[in-house]
Design a protein around this ligand. Structure first.
Ligand code: SF4
Length: 275
């Protein structure tokens, strides 16, 4: 059976084939995690829980939401594993970043009755071709029926960088999700792509035409063909190397695969599932 692709898998290949090899060919576990990703996970899980409560008619107070975030932050924080890359910033800064994100979101959307939740952290699977040889999957932060009847594919961002509209109109990740969501909810439904930039308290959106989605499918199929034909995985140093969980394994930085993994014992340490 063909492997299932994801936006993350495609992006990793585009950015650095060595990292792609570590993660998707050798299936090695990462040896560290950037604190930005760690905070993002904590914020995502708290917002998922918030909407679960809202769905049961039990809107939690902001203080409860922040308490939950702090409790999860402490429970999951592993100083040996979490990497703080940016000079001059510390754990307290990043904890506060997550609090700010949640504060902003809560105050903007309270009492959370402006739309209807259709799915939370929902996995979407779909094929790019009729024969099913190009399978994709992804996880949508929140799928929503907006007041105007449109379906929204919502994504939470905890980073401070906000792309301009042109970049959002070219975004591949949510556009791919649209293909899967349209299959589930009906391709005739109007669909909007929505990004919540939580740290800056800004919401951005974009739409895709049917023609744009067909072009996207063709582009991604061509990229998957390229990945399948690839046999060489050179390292490509880039601006994200300091955040790479394989840097200690990477030959571009004088690293090597630890003996335990090189000998195939990585099966005893299952890699984190990454889509
Ligand atoms: S450290 Fe940089 S060059 Fe090495 S695998 Fe990671 S992303 Fe690629």
């Amino acid at each position: 059976m063909s492997e299932i692709y994801s936006h993350s898998r495609l992006s990793t290949f585009e950015n650095c084939r060595k990292k792609f090899e570590f993660r998707y060919v050798l299936k090695l576990p990462e040896d560290s995690e950037g604190i930005e990703a760690f905070v993002g996970k904590r914020v995502h899980e708290v917002l998922e829980r918030l909407y679960e409560f809202v769905g049961r008619g039990q809107t939690p107070k902001l203080e409860r939401v922040i308490d939950r975030y702090n409790a999860n932050f402490d429970a999951h924080y592993d100083a040996e594993r979490i990497r703080i890359v940016k000079a001059g910033l510390d754990k307290a800064f990043y904890r506060a970043l997550g609090v700010r994100c949640l504060n902003n979101f809560y105050r903007r959307h309270y009492p959370f009755d402006g739309d209807e939740t259709l799915g939370l952290e929902q996995r979407v699977r779909f094929d790019l071709d009729p024969a099913g040889e190009y399978a994709m999957q992804g996880i949508v932060d929140r799928i929503v029926r907006a007041r105007d009847g449109a379906i929204e594919i919502q994504d939470y961002k905890t980073g401070s960088w906000i792309p301009n509209q042109n970049k959002l109109d070219e975004d591949r990740q949510l556009a791919l999700y649209q293909i899967g969501v349209a299959e589930e909810y009906g391709s005739g439904e109007p669909i909007r792509l929505v990004w919540h930039y939580l740290a800056k308290d800004r919401t951005c959106s974009s739409t895709r035409s049917a023609e744009e989605l067909e072009t996207l499918k063709a582009d991604v199929i061509a990229l998957i063909d390229k990945i399948r034909a690839t046999r060489e995985f050179p390292a490509t140093k880039n601006a994200l190397c300091d955040w790479c969980g394989y840097k200690s394994f990477c030959p571009a930085f004088g690293g090597d695969i630890p003996r335990a993994h090189a000998q195939g014992t990585s099966a005893q340490t299952p890699p984190r599932v990454s889509t």
